[in-house]
Design a protein around this ligand. Structure first.
Ligand SMILES: NC(=O)c1ccc[n+]([C@@H]2O[C@H](COP(=O)([O-])OP(=O)(O)OC[C@H]3O[C@@H](n4cnc5c(N)ncnc54)[C@H](OP(=O)(O)O)[C@@H]3O)[C@@H](O)[C@H]2O)c1
Length: 245
């Protein structure tokens, strides 16, 4: 059976690794990116080299009105939609007393409202197919809080509530909804932090290193597999033992 996936923020980091993983699993893959067109085109070529269709779409998640038309267009071009990975996101390190309402609203829009709208737009296509896999990329910070990113932690914790709510609503339709909470991953979002405090951070991680994006992608990929149909409403930590639940 032909399978189509959509990954938000697929041009770099965890999203790019997930796009490739899903293509290796047999999915045709659409993905969004905001600014890095050259990286997006390189990932698309890699998907095509794996023998699958790729559809990169420029979309700033702040532009909420474009989400539903984009999802519908992707489903039309690729012949349906069976998996959605809400991955796009950014980090802003800022003390709470300096956080403006605009900073707060932008974070909530990109990291919580946009995923909600992607799910809302994707569900009719998944129901039509009688099969759906939704994975929301949350964060360790949803579980621990973040003194230098209260808006980030709040948005990522909100994603967990969204995950569980949709999981119960969509279970009868063959659609699963799960969340992953990565710890420190070797990507651009924490490049600076890793450069400045890398050794100190790594000392706190029982596994003794940060994660590679491919390791998070492998978990997301499994949750998008047919055989993961009994897993829903679950939150998966992938943090090298930094926090054990
Ligand atoms: N890396 C970590 O340690 C870590 C830990 C926990 C959770 N996470 C979460 O994992 C997800 C992926 O992070 P990453 O580390 O892979 O980040 P990354 O390497 O910086 O990649 C971020 C991706 O999201 C896209 N993006 C960012 N802001 C966007 C916006 N406003 N509109 C549309 N697209 C946007 C980027 O597009 P462009 O390439 O075009 O800019 C890029 O594709 C995020 O949700 C992040 O919060 C990461």
């Amino acid at each position: 059976m032909k399978r189509v996936a959509l990954v938000t923020g697929g041009s770099r980091g965890i999203g790019a690794a997930t796009v490739l993983r899903l293509a290796q699993m047999g999915y045709d893959v659409a993905f969004t990116y905001r600014a890095h067109a050259a990286e997006a085109n390189a990932i698309a070529r890699a998907v095509e080299e794996l023998g699958h269709q790729a559809l990169p779409v420029q979309l700033d998640l702040e532009d909420l009105s474009r989400i539903k038309p984009t999802v519908d267009e992707i489903a039309e071009k690729l012949g349906g939609l069976n998996a959605l990975v809400n991955n796009a996101g950014y980090v802003q390190r800022i003390p709470p007393e300096e956080l403006s309402l605009a900073d707060w609203e932008r974070m909530l829009r990109v990291s919580l409202t946009a995923p909600f709208l992607f799910i809302q737009a994707a569900v009719p296509h998944m129901k039509r197919a009688g099969f759906g896999r939704i994975v929301n990329v949350s964060s360790l910070r949803a579980l621990t809080g973040s003194p230098h990113g209260v808006h980030y932690a709040a948005a990522k914790a909100g994603l967990l509530g969204l995950t569980k709510s949709y999981a119960s609503v969509l279970a009868p339709f063959g659609i699963t909804v799960n969340a992953v909470c990565p710890g420190f991953v070797n990507t651009d979002v924490n490049r600076e932090q890793l450069r400045e405090r890398g050794p100190e951070l790594v000392r706190q991680i029982p596994v003794g290193r940060v994660a590679e994006p491919t390791e998070v992608a492998a978990l997301i990929g499994f949750l998008c597999a047919e055989e993961a149909g009994y897993i829903t409403g679950a939150t998966f930590s992938i943090n090298g033992g930094l926090r054990m639940d």
